[in-house]
Ligand binder design. Structure first.
Ligand code: SAH
Ligand code: SF4
Length: 385
């Protein structure tokens, strides 16, 4: 039972933050309080479907229990530092979490679909060479309340949690800051809440975990969730991937693809595909021979491929892929029979590269300054977006 409380970090150490608790954990918590189990479903709906952040609103709960909850619990989302709205409908939140660090959450509308890109950590320890978040180093894991809190904040900002409110957030991708599998328990609990019928009720086909390849955790994932899986591959062979995604030295491509395939094959429904993310960087991994090697590598794996043009940032010497090279890369993969999409850049007017804004607010390890010093003697790289 104490486990329930320990796993519900709160800004007030004397109070349990109910925002990050799954229904199973809420049930355990109510039992601990000597209350009925069904209270868990009621409270879950109040928080995640009706946006409640206090107990007085919970009219189907007795006054005595509400008083008890007030005494022991709170419903506390992280704080929105800034909300930026793009002319194309993209909405970005800069969110301050306990301790003063900042993470980003981005909502990207596309017709009927609204995808929320959610962060799982402040910074990231995996240090991929093309990633702004990686350059910040690692600060800490987000709590489950801070992860699901991003969905709560975004949904609330659109009036989605009011009675009859629009269903704006239809999809969630764990593709914000951080490596979700390095924060396994909190990410799994949060995804459970995203998909739970008494919370956000998002289909398992619309919640995606993206990983750069923490194989031991990926091997466990299927025991806890049946969400979609995206693999950040970015290279068709180990030599190149070792340079771009250093964790590849520990868990090389073959091992990663086998683990991903086991996960997908373990899901109860058939025809699910792994999304392969491939960030195209000018003259690094964008050559036709890379595309052909990738097609060969993925021959027997059920995949769809998402090409992402590299987003330049001022601590990196890499350049964005040319449109020609990107089209050629896509054509080769399509000719080889792969569903291949290109991620378009959205919300250009409210930010530069993904993770950049929060990166500039945070000053976690001073590592970014070391990088700046390193690049100050070479040709300056302009921020394109
Ligand atoms: N850590 C996880 C999820 C967060 S990164 C992962 O690596 O999958 C989400 C996606 O954004 C990854 O595919 C990552 O490779 C990509 N990405 C990171 N920095 C980028 C940049 N500067 N330009 C384009 N894509 C980038
Ligand atoms: Fe971390 Fe993903 Fe960035 Fe790599 S790409 S440093 S795993 S956030």
């Amino acid at each position: 039972m104490t486990d329930v409380i320990q796993q519900a970090p709160s800004t007030n150490p004397l109070k349990v933050n109910l925002l990050g608790l799954t229904e199973a954990k809420l049930v355990a918590f109510f039992e601990l309080l000597g209350e009925k189990r069904f209270r868990a479903a009621q409270v879950l709906k109040w928080i995640h479907q009706l946006g409640a952040d206090n107990f007085d609103e919970m009219t189907n709960i007795s006054k005595a229990l509400r008083e008890k909850l007030k005494e022991h619990c709170e419903i506390r989302a992280p704080e929105v530092l800034r909300q930026l709205d793009s002319t194309d409908g993209t909405r970005k939140f800069l969110i301050e979490v306990t301790g003063g660090s900042v993470v980003e959450t981005v909502f990207i509308p596309d017709g009927e679909r609204g995808t929320l890109c959610v962060s799982s950590q402040v910074g990231c320890s995996l240090d991929c060479s093309f990633c702004m978040t990686g350059k910040q180093g690692f600060n800490r894991d987000l709590t489950a309340a801070e992860i699901i809190g991003q969905v709560w904040i975004a949904a609330k900002s659109f009036g989605q949690l009011e009675a009859g409110g629009p269903r704006k957030v239809t999809n969630v991708v764990m593709m914000g800051m951080g490596e979700p599998l390095m924060n396994f328990d909190n990410v799994v609990d949060s995804m459970n809440l995203m998909m739970h019928d008494n919370a956000y009720g998002i289909s398992k086909r619309r919640v995606t975990l993206s990983t750069s390849g923490v194989v031991p955790q990926l091997d466990r994932l299927g025991q806890y969730t049946d969400a979609c899986l995206a693999i950040s591959l970015h290279a068709p062979n180990d030599a190149l991937r070792n340079e771009l995604v250093p964790i590849n030295k520990k868990y090389p491509i073959a091992m990663l693809l086998e683990s991903a395939q086991r996960y997908i094959e373990g899901l109860p429904d058939t025809h699910r595909k792994i999304t392969i993310e491939y960030t195209l960087i000018d003259h690094v991994n964008d050559r036709p021979e890379h595309a052909r090697e990738l097609a060969e590598l993925l021959r027997d794996v059920p995949v769809k491929i998402n090409l992402i043009p590299f987003n330049p940032f001022n601590l990196s010497n890499y350049k964005r892929v040319s449109n020609n090279a990107m089209r050629r890369f896509q054509d080769i993969l399509m000719q080889e029979g792969y569903i291949t999409t290109v991620r378009t850049t959205r919300g250009d007017d409210i930010d530069a590269a993904c993770g950049q804004l929060a990166g500039e607010v945070n000053d976690i390890t001073k590592r970014s300054q070391r990088y700046k010093a390193q690049f100050s003697e070479v040709e300056p790289v302009t921020i394109v977006n």
